[in-house]
Design a protein around this ligand. Structure first.
Ligand code: GLN
Length: 485
């Protein structure tokens, strides 16, 4: 008896196409799995059983009529900062606890057009600010590999859910590592596409020059399949690139001959866990065995990326979050007839500590007298970092690094120390600063906890990521390991 909930997208699609299973059966199996394990993990802020069953029945009708697309009838979870029409979208914040969007994000419209089945919305760090999902205003999510550990963040709900087979795939968002870091922590695949490759329309804005939506999946093939559906130009997002979309599954080529891969030495940072270093070393040896030419390279400005990020992201956040004033939508403090007090109290009670910290940091960095020293300087360093990557990519097809410097840490271990938490994104943040794409794939374990390998490529070259990630995956078994839940 096969466990339907444990299938990948491509496996489920095959069975649906051959009519060996129905979308209703598949959805039923996923919902049963959800109700069995969700109380231990806490990956979801909403489970949309009725909607899912309705969409599954509809998908079955389409399949019967011979109309099946790669995502038709397949259950998906959506991070709760991606707007879903008539379905609460909270950003795991008290501020939006009762917010019901009047429209769908463009990625959700695309999934609906593909007849996907939405089984719920996933927990996250409030407004996507964090690396552990402990900043959710509702409850923390736990790592299915060890319930005492965090799943990473901010898309921790999406990654934990996919690792625990609570859906077949999920969507996340990534501003500084929020797809890749939790994917690495949970032994699943996560891709941050090139900035502008996927529409951000309907993604609740955190830092608009860095935010990107992407897939979290059980393997690389699934990741390519989801990208085929969610990618592409969108007139509703002016930063969305007007380029045609390749069929990413054509890049699932299992060899690396003639590829040059750089290993930037600055990403093997001080304070990095020894087990992560060892796992990455053997992953890199594997890539070499598979035909890639590997060289050490240097990206010396990397050391400024974290500082640049923590000026730019809070600055953009302080502007984006100014809209939560209690007047338009979301939480509104009413117990006063003084407008200023209402606004102040709305923010005081609506936002959690980390969000307030970011707003204050950003407001400071943008204020008169400090703007040149912080914001403008950070923008200039951002350009230097980008130029350095461009130079390295003249010689190399891709770069390989760890996704995170450590394996998943314990709940409570870093949440009181923002600086320690910020450090967990040192390897992922440069990718958002430069706008390039990167993927995290399972690459080993230490003490039963997953280790991720990050692969970066030049902008708009997701194909090379898929090829390297796929080749590596075919030659290893890490992605097949399941947590003991
Ligand atoms: N952890 C980083 C932060 O707290 C990145 C978050 C993200 O990518 N959304 O800002």
């Amino acid at each position: 008896m096969i466990k339907l909930y444990a299938l990948t997208i491509h496996e489920a699609h095959q069975l649906l196409k051959e009519k060996k299973i129905s979308a209703l059966e598949l959805t039923g199996a996923v919902l049963a799995r959800l109700s069995k394990v969700e109380s231990k993990i806490g990956a979801c802020v909403a489970i949309t059983e009725d909607l899912a069953l309705k969409q599954a029945a509809k998908a079955d009708k389409y399949i019967k009529g011979g109309e099946i697309q790669p995502l038709t009838g397949i259950p998906v979870l959506i991070k709760d900062n991606i707007c879903t029409k008539d379905l609460r979208t909270t950003c795991s914040s008290k501020m939006l606890e009762d917010f019901i969007p009047p429209y769908d994000a463009s990625v959700v419209s695309k999934l609906k057009a593909a007849k996907a089945v939405i089984v719920g919305k996933t927990n996250m760090d409030e407004f996507a600010m964090g690396s552990s999902t402990e900043n959710s205003a509702f409850f923390p999510t736990r790592n299915p590999w060890n319930l005492d550990c965090v799943p990473g963040g901010s898309s921790g709900g999406s990654a934990a859910a996919i690792a625990a087979d609570e859906a077949i795939y999920a969507l996340g968002s990534d501003t500084g590592g929020s797809i890749r870091q939790p994917a690495g922590f949970c032994n699943v695949v996560g891709l941050k596409p090139t900035y502008g490759r996927v529409s951000r329309f309907g993604l609740v804005a955190f830092a608009s020059s860095l935010d990107q939506i992407g897939p979290i999946t059980k393997d690389v093939t699934d990741c390519a399949i989801v990208m085929n559906t969610i990618t592409g130009h969108d007139p509703l997002d002016s930063t969305c690139l007007p380029y045609s979309v390749p069929d990413y599954t054509n890049s699932l080529i299992p060899h690396l001959k003639n590829l040059r891969i750089g290993v930037p030495k600055e990403y093997f940072v001080e304070g990095m866990q020894e087990e992560v270093r060892v796992a990455l070393k053997s992953a890199i040896n594997k890539l070499q065995e598979l035909g890639a030419k590997i060289d050490e390279v240097s990206l010396p400005h990397t050391k400024y990326a974290l500082a640049v990020y923590y000026i730019l992201a809070p600055s953009e956040a302080s502007a984006n979050l100014a809209r939560y004033d209690g007047a338009k939508y979301g939480f509104s403090y009413q117990d006063t007839d003084n407008m200023w007090e209402a606004m102040e109290k709305t923010k005081q009670f609506g936002f959690g500590a980390e969000v307030k910290r970011r707003i204050m940091l950003g407001t400071y960095a943008l204020s008169a007298g400090y703007y040149d020293a912080y914001y403008l300087k950070a923008q200039k360093v951002r350009t230097l970092i980008r130029q350095e990557f461009d130079r390295v990519f003249e010689k190399y097809n891709a770069l390989v690094t760890p996704t995170s410097p450590t394996v998943p840490f314990k709940l409570g271990e870093k949440v009181e120390d923002p600086w320690q938490m910020y450090l967990s994104d040192v390897c992922t943040i440069p990718v958002n600063i430069t706008g390039i794409p990167a993927i995290s794939v399972p690459a080993g374990f230490a003490n039963g906890l997953p280790i991720g390998m990050q692969i970066m490529s030049p902008p708009l070259n997701e194909e090379i990521l898929f090829r390297i990630a796929f080749t590596y995956e075919q030659a290893t078994n890490w992605h097949k390991m399941k947590p003991p839940i």
